[in-house]
Write a protein that binds this ligand. Structure first.
Ligand code: GLA
Length: 387
């Protein structure tokens, strides 16, 4: 973190030389352990916040403008505060800070005239939730220390993503970014928008492996899955009117509908119902330190995403299948939306060097790509940094 802060302060000083010493904020990325594509179906997810994060620095500029500079993009934008609420999205990175400014205004907060610099240590498009991190880090900077309920902050950042950026994501990424806890995963109930912390056994490392690919298909397929799930709910509700989301149906009732449901909605719904069950089973296994069971649930989750939900791709399947041949690996699965991005692996600490070497060697030989490998510790959620 010290290195990232030093970079951030340098950028701030060189972009905004006349500004006072800035306030500093951090918002982490995440790795989802289990519960994939369940959040927008109002089910359960179990992510950890990670040490890789988005950092923002902000100070008043007294110019009646919001000025934002992204170090990652090497670009700046400025908007007069007057009329800010009416500025439309432009389809690039600036929609994240502008989207949260827009939502803050709607929620009744005024936006101060500030200079804001952004620096992220999260790889973009890797499925580690760099978007939620920039949203939350920008929101904290624009709030400048004003009080906001953590849950409200997460909901507000999600609205920026849904309504301004235009991605119909669930609540997982923004919520864990705000509520993450060092040493624990967060089990989120996405219907109630509440959580509880789940301690992870110490005898295992969580390791993300970045496939370094992001298939174009990803964005449109995500929208398709959201739609397919609501179509599945509509079909199920014809028989079981109490079902308002895929959260409300268990595997047994779903199975009883198999003859009357079309194949595709059945498979999508089966993924979601079984995945919700796997989250609960994983939490129970973690409480007992049952690493084998945790690993088996990872593998079952991946197969369900691969065959029932169809959001995997050749690179992710290869990374998972390769990991499972390495001694000391308990389980592996894709994490995040799919179609590229990262896998998450449960690895015995002593097996880590061999894991890294074998994963690198195999992936390089098969796809000619060097994967990034991130051993991850569960980190704290977003907040101001006081030095
Ligand atoms: C993306 C979305 C999340 C969630 C995952 C899949 O990361 O932003 O809300 O739906 O995909 O679990």
């Amino acid at each position: 973190m010290a290195g990232a802060l030093a970079i951030l302060k340098d950028i701030f000083r060189s972009r905004f030389p006349e500004a006072a010493a800035p306030r500093l904020f951090r918002a982490p990325g995440r790795v989802n352990l289990i519960g994939e594509h369940t959040d927008y179906n109002l089910g359960f997810v179990l992510p950890i916040a990670i040490d890789y994060a988005c950092y923002t620095a902000s100070a008043a500029n007294g110019r009646g403008e919001l000025r934002v500079y992204s170090e990652t993009m090497g670009q700046g934008r400025e908007w007069p505060l007057e009329g800010l609420a009416g500025v439309p999205p432009s389809g690039d990175w600036s929609d994240y800070p502008l989207g949260v400014a827009n939502q803050l205004l709607r929620a009744g907060y005024d936006i101060p005239a500030v200079d804001l610099a952004i620096h992220s240590t999260l790889p973009l498009g890797a499925g580690l939730s760099s978007s939620a991190a920039i949203e939350v880090a920008a929101a904290l900077a624009l709030l400048g220390g004003r009080e906001i309920e953590p849950r409200e902050l997460a909901l507000l950042a999600r609205r920026a993503e849904n309504q301004f950026v235009g991605t119909p994501c669930g609540i997982m990424d923004q919520y864990v970014c705000v509520h993450g806890e060092a040493g624990s995963a967060i089990e989120i109930d996405c219907r109630d928008v509440t959580h509880r912390a789940v301690r992870l056994p110490e005898a295992v490392r969580v390791v993300a492996v970045n496939s370094m690919v992001k298939h174009e298909l990803g964005g449109s397929a995500y929208v398709d899955r959201v739609r397919e799930c609501s179509e599945a709910v509509a079909a199920i509700a014809e028989r079981f009117p109490d079902v308002q989301s895929l959260r409300d149906i268990d595997s047994e009732r779903l199975q009883s509908l198999r003859p009357s449901l079309r194949e595709l909605p059945f498979h999508r719904a089966r993924h979601v119902t079984t995945e919700n069950g796997r989250v609960h089973a994983f939490v129970a296994a973690a409480a007992h330190g049952d690493l084998r069971r945790m690993g088996a649930l990872f593998i079952a989750s991946h197969r369900s995403l691969q065959y029932d939900y169809e959001v995997s791709c050749a690179e992710l399947d290869f990374l998972v299948d390769t990991a499972l041949t390495i001694p000391g690996v308990y389980g592996a699965r894709l994490t995040g939306g799919g179609f590229g991005g990262c896998t998450v692996n449960l690895v015995a600490p002593e097996a880590l060097p061999q894991f890294e070497e074998r994963m690198r060697g195999s992936y390089q030989a098969k796809f000619g790509i060097d994967p990034q490998i991130f051993p991850c510790d569960a980190a704290a959620g977003a907040g101001e940094i006081f030095e």
